[in-house]
Design a protein around this ligand. Structure first.
Ligand code: SER
Length: 320
């Protein structure tokens, strides 16, 4: 049997970079696609195609050229950036997804797609611990696009036989590439301030708890759901997953255990309003039961890894 060929759309981004490194380390064939070239040195030897995911013909051509049969479609405008440019965010998030789903529906060989949804599908009316079937009325353009995207995935699965798999990611925290325009980004950028004489100024309130996850678990979730048998998937929507929940204050206190002179202040901005509409945690039992979701990194491990990676330039957990 021919080896699978994976393409990562959005490969230069925060999650794409980490996923590319993991697939490469596992000996998989990987093609990187993005509108901007990758920057992390560990993946620069992989083939790269500069492509706009909104360019349907160009995307289809490159996917066929490389005989891709596993698409990881990660390119998206995140929550905070999306609120500042709603039309652009909607176009990128929806057109990109529909282009990928159409390519899979018309492919000559079976295709499998991974497309991440988000905690942003929930809104102010959702409960503090969002169940798999929680009421969803998202309050951001990003959240609306992810919610509708889940429905499009279900439609293509039912009507066009597309094998598309999805999880609702919480905030993702890693070291290889910076996040871009999210509400949970404070939990990454704070680690860049550890050697700063100025206190870190957090754009969320001290007690704003959100679900979070280390990148190693995020990549593991994507690769696990992609390799699970289709019959095991009971969920028509994206699966809830999370690894931990914490507030800024809880994170900063944990960081201070490693960096005793670390100081912080709070200056909440519009992103606090977005975060306030998201749940504190997710009930992810269905993902655990259906395809063995099982996170490994808790808050103390996350902080230990991130402090060392940022301060001493050590590789992230599991990185090669
Ligand atoms: N990390 C994303 C954001 O903050 C949520 O999925 O927008």
């Amino acid at each position: 049997m021919a080896q699978d060929v994976h393409c990562i759309i959005g490969a230069s981004g925060q999650l794409g970079t980490e996923m590319a490194l993991s697939l490469k380390a596992a000996g998989e064939r990987v093609v990187l696609m993005d509108i901007k070239p990758p920057t992390y040195s560990g993946i620069l030897d992989l083939p790269f195609e500069r492509i706009d995911v909104c360019d349907a013909a160009g995307l289809a051509d490159r996917i066929a050229h490389h005989h891709v049969n596993h698409i990881h479609h990660l390119a998206a405008a995140l929550s905070a950036r999306g609120e500042q440019d709603p039309q652009w965010a909607w176009n990128l998030n929806m057109k990109g997804l529909l282009n990928v789903l159409e390519i899979a529906a018309g492919a000559l060989q079976p295709m499998r797609i991974f497309w991440p949804s988000s905690i942003a599908v929930f809104g102010p009316e959702s409960g503090p611990i969002a169940g798999q079937e929680e009421h969803r009325w998202p309050a951001t353009v990003y959240g609306i696009s992810k919610n509708v995207g889940e429905q499009w995935c279900a439609w293509y699965r039912r009507n066009r036989g597309v094998d598309v798999r999805s999880v609702r990611y919480p905030g993702l925290i890693g070291t290889l590439a910076p996040p871009g325009g999210g509400t949970t980004d404070y939990a990454v950028e704070v680690f860049d301030h550890l050697d700063n004489a100025e206190p870190y100024s957090c754009f969320l309130e001290a007690s704003e708890r959100l679900p979070m996850m280390h990148m190693d678990d995020a990549v593991d979730a994507a690769l696990s759901i992609m390799s699970a048998p289709q019959e095991a998937m009971r969920c028509e929507e994206a699966y809830n997953i999370q690894a931990m929940s914490f507030s800024p204050e809880e994170l900063f206190v944990e960081i201070r255990r490693h960096v005793p002179d670390f100081r912080w202040t709070y200056a909440p901005d519009f992103r606090q309003g977005i975060a306030a509409g998201w749940p504190d945690g997710l009930d992810d039992r269905m993902a655990r039961e259906d395809w063995g979701w099982s996170p490994t990194v808790d808050l103390p491990q996350l902080v230990d890894t991130m402090v060392r990676a940022r301060r001493f330039k050590e590789p992230a957990l599991g990185a090669v």
